[in-house]
Design a protein around this ligand. Structure first.
Ligand SMILES: Nc1ncnc2c1ncn2[C@@H]1O[C@H](COP(=O)(O)OP(=O)(O)OP(=O)(O)O)[C@@H](O)[C@H]1O
Length: 288
């Protein structure tokens, strides 16, 4: 189900953390923004964990916020950055405990637990203690406990942060699967993950929406200014100091530097999502 956020504002100690945020969230939705942009605050507000100062939130056509808070509902599941509970309990016991808190009995929740554990590909580890699981596995248990409530919207704050590359790929694939059945909101600094997963993107900076649209639209922001230049190792420092460098890759004899430039330089190349994102941030607050 889609989420509509209208004019959401959050003020803490006279500081505007979110300013008149209006977003239309559907599919697998990526929330991008620099550190301190307000992403976590927005997600916690959607999950009903934080109050806001003004605005409203709708789930489909239903208003799910009262004056200053989104009502806690089983429709929305929020996975915080760290999910570590009951380290000495087995995964099954943790999920059983949560299901019982939700009104199930040890018998009635058995098949539900088996089902959600299967969905997050952890069936073979179901009898391991939480402390024996890797960080990525624990996060998958976090998703399994959310799925027990059958939410239609899943919110993930930095879901792949701190995971090693194999766990990250596995986790990304799981999020993609979940996106087929749920509206998924993901915040991440890893633009590659957003590019792989998201069908729509919202960018916030300093609590304000800079962009909302499809990934292709964002890429277009850098269509006329993305270049690659080959530079010697000796020239690298100067390029770094004078150009908007997006990426570098080292070759045996030189370095290929990807830059954003208003003036033609080197060879123009097709923009990627990262280029569009940085071009947008540059447009909003030019460095030079
Ligand atoms: N309880 C609070 N009191 C004062 N300021 C706060 C509080 N919570 C958040 N902030 C400020 O609000 C801003 C937005 O924080 P938030 O954590 O939502 O950003 P973010 O986009 O999730 O950042 P990051 O990517 O670094 O996690 C930051 O400047 C932060 O310092």
């Amino acid at each position: 189900m889609d989420i509509y956020i209208e004019g959401l504002t959050k003020v803490i100690k006279k500081k505007q953390i979110l300013s008149d945020v209006t977003l239309s969230i559907s599919g697998v939705y990526g929330l991008l923004g620099p550190n301190g942009a307000g992403k976590t605050t927005l997600m916690k507000i959607l999950a009903g964990l934080l109050e806001f100062s003004a605005g409203r939130v709708l789930l489909g056509e239903e208003l799910i916020s009262t004056g200053t808070r989104v009502k806690r509902t089983d429709h929305i599941g929020y996975l915080p950055q760290d999910f570590m509970i009951y380290p000495e309990l087995k995964m099954y016991e943790v999920l059983e405990h949560i299901a019982i808190l939700q009104g199930e009995t040890p018998t009635s929740c058995q098949s539900k637990i088996k089902d959600v554990v299967e969905q997050v590909n952890l069936s073979e580890h179901i009898n391991k203690k939480m402390r024996e699981l890797s960080g990525g596995m624990r996060r998958r248990v976090g998703i399994a406990q959310l799925l027990l409530r059958k939410p239609s919207v899943l919110i993930f704050d930095e879901p792949t942060a701190g995971l090693d590359i194999r766990e990250r790929v596995r986790f990304r694939n799981l999020l993609k699967q979940l996106g087929k059945r749920h509206t998924v909101i993901i915040s991440s600094h890893i633009v590659e993950d957003i590019e792989f997963l998201c069908t729509k993107i919202g960018i916030i900076e300093n609590g304000r929406v800079l962009f909302e649209g499809e990934p292709e639209e964002l890429k277009k922001k850098a269509a006329h200014c993305t270049y690659e230049i080959n530079v010697s190792f000796a020239e690298l420092d100067e390029i770094m100091a004078t150009k908007e460098v997006v990426q570098m890759s080292e070759e045996p004899s030189h370095v290929v530097v990807r830059v954003l430039s208003d003036k033609p330089i080197g060879q123009r190349v097709s923009p990627r999502l990262m280029d569009g994102y940085l071009a947008l941030l540059k447009e909003a607050a030019p460095l030079e």
